[in-house]
Every structure is written in structure tokens, then in C-alpha cells.
Write a protein that binds this ligand. Structure first.
Ligand code: GDP
Length: 139
């Protein structure tokens, strides 16, 4: 089933570097409606659970440490073809390879501290949104 929602996080590097407002503005100007929005932090345990699918990857420990190193913004976004369109808006995982004008090209410096997360499938968008927001928060 295809849905019209995706999930994003603004990562600790982007918050620390003062890009939170610019990134939210970029997302809205790209045509996404904000359904739910939360400024919070992840404990190492929560970050580990969120990125459990990457548990076997060599960078998992670094990723969990980074994602629990400072505040993040979590959001559910709505737009036709949300998952794929949002991946286009954020650009490639490695900011050096991200197209000009994408969020990672504009606001990220490295493959680990890459400014934003974007769901990679409708199924994961649902799981990730549910991880952060209760049912009444994501109407
Ligand atoms: P995404 O879907 O574009 O976020 O990329 P992936 O699902 O492949 O990886 C998840 C996250 O892990 C990325 O956004 C990065 O923050 C991090 N990551 C990916 N590759 C590396 C790497 O080679 N080294 C480190 N330290 N982090 C990485």
C-alpha cells in the first residue's frame, strides 16, 4: 500500500549548527504539510532501537552515539508520493554526492552528520512515525 506520508528527523548536527528553522522552511516550501512535529532528544537506548535495522553495519555504534548527542526534531510529513519526493529533497546520504540545492547539500558536512533522516519506504515511514508520536498526535 502506498501512503502519502513520510517521517523525518532533523539530526543533532543541523540543530547544533543553527539550521533547524531553515530546514523546516525548506521542507514546507518543497510542498510538504507538517502533520506532527516534536523537538526532543534520543537516549542511546532509543537511538539504538530506532536504528536497529542497521545493527550489523560497521557504523552502527557511531550512528547511535551521534543521534543521541544532542536535540533532534522529529516530524511526520504529508504530500503525494511523500517518501520518494522527500528522498529527492534531502539528497544522497553522503552530502558530497548530494545534488545542489538539496537539504544535505546545503546543510550537511559528512556522511555520518548528514543533517536529516528520511524514511526509505512507506512501511518504515509508518513504523518511524509511530515510534515518536501517539495516535492522537498524528491525526
Ligand atoms: P539514509 O537512508 O540516506 O539516511 O542512509 P542509510 O539508511 O544508508 O544510513 C542511515 C544513516 O547512517 C545515515 O543517514 C548516516 O547518518 C549513517 N551512515 C551511513 N553510512 C555511514 C558511514 O559510512 N559512516 C557513518 N559513521 N555513518 C553512516
Amino acid at each position: 500500500m502506498t501512503t502519502n506520508r513520510t517521517f523525518t528527523m532533523i539530526k543533532p548536527d543541523a540543530i547544533a549548527n543553527g539550521h533547524m528553522g531553515a530546514i523546516i522552511d525548506h521542507i514546507i516550501k518543497a510542498g510538504f504539510k507538517v502533520i506532527a512535529l516534536k523537538y526532543t532528544s534520543l537516549s542511546p537506548e532509543m537511538a539504538g532501537k530506532f536504528y536497529e535495522v542497521h545493527a550489523e553495519r560497521p557504523f552502527y555504534k557511531d550512528l547511535v552515539a551521534f543521534m543521541s548527542s544532542g536535540p533532534i526534531v522529529a516530524a511526520i510529513l504529508e504530500k503525494d508520493n511523500a517518501v520518494a519526493d522527500f528522498r529527492t529533497v534531502i539528497g544522497a546520504t553522503d552530502p558530497q554526492k548530494a545534488d545542489a540545492g538539496t537539504i544535505r547539500n546545503l546543510y550537511a558536512k559528512s556522511i555520518d552528520a548528514n543533517a536529516v533522516h528520511g524514511s526509505d519506504s512507506d512501511e518504515n515511514a509508518m513504523i518511524e512515525g509511530n515510534f515518536f508520536f501517539s495516535a492522537f498526535e498524528r491525526n
